[in-house]
Design a protein around this ligand. Structure first.
Ligand code: HEM
Length: 231
């Protein structure tokens, strides 16, 4: 039997996972919305990207919170997984992993690590060059060298256009993200104590929709630009 204090601290630890998870899901939605603009209208995508890339609130408030959430969610997830494994070895010698949980819920650490591996590649592709241009070279203009056209849309297209390996890698990562969200979305609401006979089933359906539609949106962007003409 867990003591009250142990129960509280284990729920407290999960709450921090849920809160950072909420923020990351909010980020995913805005990231998808902005990137979908790249498919619809290059000019609008360029303008919104420039605003997001130079606005001080986004750069110095939201971006540090985002980076903190990614690092925290990953590191804390590893700690909780380790502690759960320890507890399971000692207390539940007869634990049968597949008896009462879905594949997704038992393998959050695997899908999470796959998303993290994707983020490493993704940062190398997009984020580091952006930091380099803006904060190391000091060029905040958002313009292509020697021209008065924005560079964002062109840079994005050049990463995907006729680049089969990157497109396939990204699509595999989006599928892993989907598996992670299929459990993570509804689990985070459950952790913060949302439990209602009428609304919990609706929330589960909404969670499945989010977990499929958001990664699918990213897949569409990658495939669309695979077929784009590089500038
Ligand atoms: C086809 C899909 C995607 C495209 C085209 C894309 C594009 C981009 C671009 C252009 C940037 C640089 C933004 C900047 O710093 O100015 C960026 C940054 C970033 N992306 Fe993505 N992204 C995609 C999917 C994802 C997914 C699925 C995730 C999360 C699992 C993700 C997480 C991030 C993070 C954390 C950053 C750094 C924060 C930021 O600057 O906004 N991206 N992405």
């Amino acid at each position: 039997m867990l003591s009250k204090k142990q129960k509280f601290s284990s729920i407290g630890k999960k709450v921090l996972m849920a809160l950072t998870g909420f923020f990351l899901m909010f980020f995913l939605l805005q990231h998808l919305s902005i990137n979908l603009l790249s498919v619809v209208n290059a000019d609008v995508f360029n303008k919104v990207s420039h605003f997001m890339g130079t606005n001080p609130v986004v750069q110095y408030v939201l971006q540090p919170v985002l980076i903190f959430s990614v690092v925290f969610h990953f590191a804390w997830g590893m700690v909780l997984e380790y502690q759960n494994n320890q507890a399971r070895d000692v207390k539940y010698a007869k634990y049968k992993g597949n008896a009462n949980a879905t594949w997704m819920s038992r393998n959050m650490i695997i899908s999470g690590l796959a998303v993290l591996a994707f983020l490493a590649i993704h940062f190398y592709d997009f984020w580091l060059p952006e930091i380099n241009t803006k904060y190391i070279q000091g060029d905040m203009s958002g313009m292509k060298h020697g021209s008065d056209n924005f560079r964002y849309h062109e840079e994005l297209v050049s990463k995907f256009a006729h680049q089969p390996i990157r497109v396939v890698l990204y699509i595999v990562a989006f599928m892993m993200l989907s598996l992670h969200l299929l459990h993570g979305f509804q689990s985070s609401f459950q952790t913060v104590g949302f439990n209602h006979s009428k609304y919990t089933p609706i929330l589960k359906k909404l969670g499945n929709l989010f977990a499929i539609a958001v990664p699918l949106g990213f897949v569409i962007i990658a495939i669309y630009h695979y077929n784009s003409q590089p500038h």
